[in-house]
Design a protein around this ligand. Structure first.
Ligand code: GTP
Ligand code: MG
Length: 335
């Protein structure tokens, strides 16, 4: 009877695995969508270079880090070397140029925390945010994309986690929950600390890429084609990893003392980061170190109410995966 039970279990996990993989596949943007994004980006480049011939235009965020699901907005950074520029003036000028090229809903949000121009391309329906000189975001986008090349399970796990977070309403920094960027870092960290490890720590091995941005040196090993197969000693399936991820954040993470750090591939202590107390608006109730801006806690947006919401959601997900014979319907149930 025991053997029968084990067989049942294995069947269930295989079925669950197939369901997760199907969800992952369904979220991948189509080739057609990618082509449209590229065409739209080239149009923007043309318009921008007419006004600022020296400037560079870069894609960042989920359209460039390989963690973007179908129909995501695109994030663009306009890099202007001139230190004298006034960001608001540039944004207003940019909005002007885009408006007169028939782009829709062009808005310059010059007073936002990160000032941007928002717009929509009526031809493709693509929405886009353009910011100025946010070069660190371009560099962390490359880091994330490079990690994704090493083992496909990172992209699979992250798609499932992002899909869960959006369905459950815990992917909104303005409501005190976490950004997509934070969730990707949580997934990378999780696969780094798995035994055997599924991902290496790219910032701890010989640096083949190095840039200095806003006085921060960003350096890591980026020849990731040499690391394919790194995680092949670990045979865990995506279903197992999704369960492990939620179980980690529900029941294993030490919220009182621990900081997750993709930069070092380990857990650091709040004590060594001096993140033990609230400072200003940073409460450090869940601590996720930015890989380059290491004084930056991506959990800083989480407050004493939203930490409860988040932890209850992690527990809910872990419990569903543990007990529910058909977990997917409930796991992604709209909140
Ligand atoms: P979706 O739009 O939800 O698909 O995900 P996204 O990857 O585009 O994430 P998000 O819109 O949260 O952020 C866009 C990009 O901005 C990220 O990929 C990062 O490169 C950057 N970013 C976002 N938040 C931070 C932050 O707090 N610190 C830094 N340094 N970069 C950030
Ligand atoms: Mg985005």
């Amino acid at each position: 009877r025991m053997l029968k039970r084990q067989m049942r279990c294995r069947l269930d996990i295989n079925r669950l695995n197939a369901v997760f993989l199907a969800i992952y596949e369904s979220l991948i943007p189509s080739e057609e969508e990618k082509v449209k994004q590229e065409q739209f980006f080239m149009l923007l480049e043309k318009l921008v270079n007419k006004e600022w011939p020296e400037a560079g235009l870069y894609l960042y965020g989920s359209c460039a880090n390989s963690f973007g699901v179908s129909k995501s907005d695109i994030d663009v950074c306009l890099a202007i070397e001139d230190a004298e520029i006034n960001k608001s003036e540039v944004l207003l000028k940019l909005a002007d140029i885009l408006q007169s090229d028939n782009l829709q809903n062009v808005q310059a949000l010059t007073r936002a925390r990160v000032p941007i121009v928002k717009l929509m391309d009526p031809l493709t329906g693509i929405s886009c945010d353009i910011c100025i000189n946010n070069v660190l975001a371009v560099v962390n986008t490359k880091l994330l994309r490079d990690y994704a090349q090493i083992d496909v399970r990172l992209r699979q796990l992250t798609f499932i986690v992002k899909h869960w977070a959006k369905s459950r309403g815990v992917n909104a920094t303005y409501q005190g929950t976490l950004s997509s960027y934070a969730y990707v870092l949580m997934c990378i960290h999780f696969l780094q600390q798995r035994r055997p490890a599924i991902l290496p720590c790219l910032q701890e091995i010989g640096h083949t890429y190095s840039v200095t941005v806003d006085d921060i040196q960003c350096a890591y090993f980026d020849q990731v084609e040499k690391l394919r197969g790194f995680g092949s000693g670990n045979k865990e399936t995506i279903a197992r990893l999704v369960w492990g991820f939620f179980n980690y954040w529900a029941y294993s993470h030490d919220y009182a003392n621990a900081v997750i750090s993709v930069r070092t591939g380990r857990i650091l202590s709040k004590h060594e980061k001096e993140w033990t107390r609230r400072s200003g608006n940073d409460r450090h109730l869940i601590c996720i170190e930015d890989p380059f801006e290491i004084s930056h806690d991506l959990g800083r947006v989480v407050d004493k109410f939203s930490i409860k919401v988040l932890r209850e959601e992690f527990e809910r997900a872990a419990d569903i995966l543990h007990n529910d014979p058909n977990p997917c319907a409930t796991l992604f149930e709209p909140y």
